[in-house]
Design a protein around this ligand. Sequence first.
Ligand code: 5AD
Ligand code: SF4
Length: 456
Amino acid sequence: MPKVFIKTYGCQMNERDSEQVATMFIDGGYTMTDREHEADVILINTCSVREKAELKALGKMGLLTRRPEAKPHVVYGFMGCMAQSKGDELFRALPRLDLVIGTQKYHHIFRYVDDILRKRLERRMDDLSLSLAGSSVCDTDEETGSQNAIRDHLAQTGHSSAFVSIMQGCEMRCSYCIVPSTRGAERSRPMQDIIDEVESLVRQGIKEVTLLGQIVNRYGKDEHAVDGKSAFVRLLEQLNGIDGLERIRFTSPHPIGFREDLVNAYRYLPKLCSHIHFPMQSGSDRILKLMRRPYKNEKYISLCESMREARPDLAITTDIIVGFPGETEEDYLETKRAVERIGFDNAFIFQYSPRKDTPAAAMDGQLPQSVKEARNQDLLATVNAIAIEKNAALVGTEQLILVEGPSKTNADRLSGRTPQNKPVIIEGGSELIGKIVPVRITESTGFTLYGEIAPC
Ligand code: 5AD
Ligand code: SF4
């Protein structure tokens, strides 16, 4: 049985796509391995959002293809956003590379790989001296219906939560972002397919699903609202009705298309978790306009306030870019003030990275690395102070924890998450994995909470 190693960079969408690819190899008689040196097939699923992510993937593939001990028949492939954006130029950078597969072609990877591997192994039996390198496939075309191909899952043994991809693509054209060109136009899956997938996951023991999409709340955007409810809210309602499913999350929504019906969903859908990851990007209206984000900071803040009114314990996390071209000190301070005013539970802060063929990369006022770094550090200190304070306020409260598995730092303890998506470490046996248990929070060490199972 040939062995496949997949390394994934980037977002949860990529994690999910890699899982889909893995299922296809398993169905085809291969096995997965997490040891790269024993693999017959090495795939890297790449991210293009920042230059750093691309460099990491290129560096990793460079190391893997140049290992002197590597077996000559090994098939090497790039998939994902960088594969889509760079295409066959990757073969010039890495002569030993065999495959470059774009974001709408994952369901063909198995066939391409299996074909190359078979030919190599057959030839090797005939003549060991034959050169085995040099076959190359680049497939980065668009494909109608490709969003429907991300639907299979690995066996869910020992897992309590799963990702479900409900739409692909983005048409927002934010001026800094490469995603519209790597992921293509917005395409949604049929609602019944998603419901069937979630029901099947629940039958396998899954308690929590996270719905994924580049702009997840634009799911089914071309469908008419029914009783004032968008397709996305109707999907949430349907999933809320599935017996055995306990928790629903989604990521990432955009303020555009975030209407009253979705805010209200936090009032009447008990399975919708009290956490939203809601990218703000900037607190300065001037910068938001340059970013081509079609909302003002006040609008973003009022949406956060409405959601908190609908669900008082809602945790809000966000993405923020610092050092966008032309960002003045005053623009940056507006972002910082917005962060303080909203009081995010946490935030990912990104230093602006110019991306290929995006309008912002050609804008005047590109900032030096030192300014980006200083704003990043300063904002991080603010974000962390608020996050620590929010976690400390949870000490003494009782939280329902979905137990995920052994803690990564100490395998004798268990780790789980609150509805607000905060990790909690508890003592307990493996029989608790996959269960939702009441826990009293006893301690917070800044970012990690500790608790003990509350007596019934
Ligand atoms: N530079 C820095 N950060 C970026 N992001 C997207 N494009 C860029 C870029 N060119 C950030 C945004 C987005 C997150 C996934 O990555 O904040 O929400
Ligand atoms: Fe990175 Fe965006 Fe692609 Fe996800 S969709 S891997 S964040 S470029």
